[in-house]
Design a binder for this molecule. Sequence first.
Ligand SMILES: Nc1ncnc2c1ncn2[C@@H]1O[C@H](COP(=O)(O)OP(=O)(O)O)[C@@H](O)[C@H]1O
Ligand SMILES: [Mg+2]
Length: 431
Amino acid sequence: MTSRHLEPIQPGADAPDGEHIEPPSVPIRVSVAVVEDSDVVRERMVDQLGHGVTPFATIEELTARLTGTVPVVVVLGPSCATEDALAISERVMQQYPMLATVLVVEELTTTLLQQALRAGVRDVLALTGDSNTLAQAVQRLAVGLDQSPRASAAPSEATPSAEAPASEADPLEVVNGEVLTVFSTKGGAGKSVLATSLAVTLAQRSDKPVCLVDADLQFGDVAVMLKLTPHHTIVDAVSVLDRMDAPLLESLLVTHEPSGLRVLPPPLEPAFADQVGAAEMVAIVEMLRSFCSYVIVDTPAYFNDVVLGLVEVSDKVMLVAGMDIPNIKNVKIGLQTLRLLNTPMEKLLLVLNRSDSKVKLDIGEVERTLQITADALIPSDVVVPQSVNKGEPVVMHSPKSGVSKAITSLAEQFLPTAAKAPPTTGSRFRR
Ligand SMILES: Nc1ncnc2c1ncn2[C@@H]1O[C@H](COP(=O)(O)OP(=O)(O)O)[C@@H](O)[C@H]1O
Ligand SMILES: [Mg+2]
């Protein structure tokens, strides 16, 4: 292990698995270091990350090579998953702000995850996980480091060097995306079906990231409906909220590869739901909208503090109603509650799901009862349960179906070109 130097990587390059991350506007050099005591494990990690990675046996060995002038993604191996090693890594990160660290552990536990995130580690992954996951995590951190305002500010102890970052990285652009919440006061109305397909459609048509938050904290279905295996959940985001920034939050999201949609999954167990309060949820959504063009939120079928907080920060709230009397009754109560809470009615969109159901209830009757005109009519179709059971959003599973066309045209109401068109939609109340 002689004459090592940190090999730079280009953050915009393809990750080893072929996942492409948008190149930053001004490319700068980001190095990748692997720190692991065990030769076998270290070599395995280096193999997973491909060429251009510099291996070290200890954090001290790595520290001896740092100049503070090049951003470095540090991949800590399982031998670093100790309190002592994490404390050393935290000190090194304080000394060199241009470092971002990911920890690879034998077995992912909530305790270890929290301990690592508190020590400033950006991401924690299991060694046994999919080998692409590590490469993707490193790539994301490299891009985050490259775009971080800190990357342009050399630390005071840095030695001026020819390897200094080539760019004066711009401060992170603040996007201020739209928050679109899907709500219904009735379970099974079709909220999660609508939220997933709407989010996927917006993700496919947006240049900036689009995020789907599953705020059904006890029984969220979004991950299952998109066939995702989350590594982190909203509980992890809450546990590091006091030191949260956009790159850290982004590293906790799971990507739906077919569409590029980013997803923040709900707690793994219903018992953890009460760790997420309204203030935490709102803080997370506000941070997401700072780098996402759209934040779509799926909700449970009842009002609670979290839902009320979300309604307040949302730009639009889609009320989903099925075509039967209990659905309509519950949506009516939901609307009355929202009125009492002084929710601006312009925020609300009524979505009638299974609107063509032969249930002796016609759309006009429903609209009259609710005193609101429907903004979207989604037909009933067997392709919906079929797509749900395959873990595919219906807009990708059966793009030509009437359901997909209805959801796509609803999504288009939120897209910029549609926004420029004369407003043919929007909730209109009949007095
Ligand atoms: N338009 C539709 N046509 C046929 N089935 C539908 C439709 N919308 C929803 N469903 C079915 O209803 C079930 C409940 O939908 P879901 O989105 O999970 O409801 P919620 O999230 O409101 O509880 C799903 O399993 C889905 O298969
Ligand atoms: Mg649901």
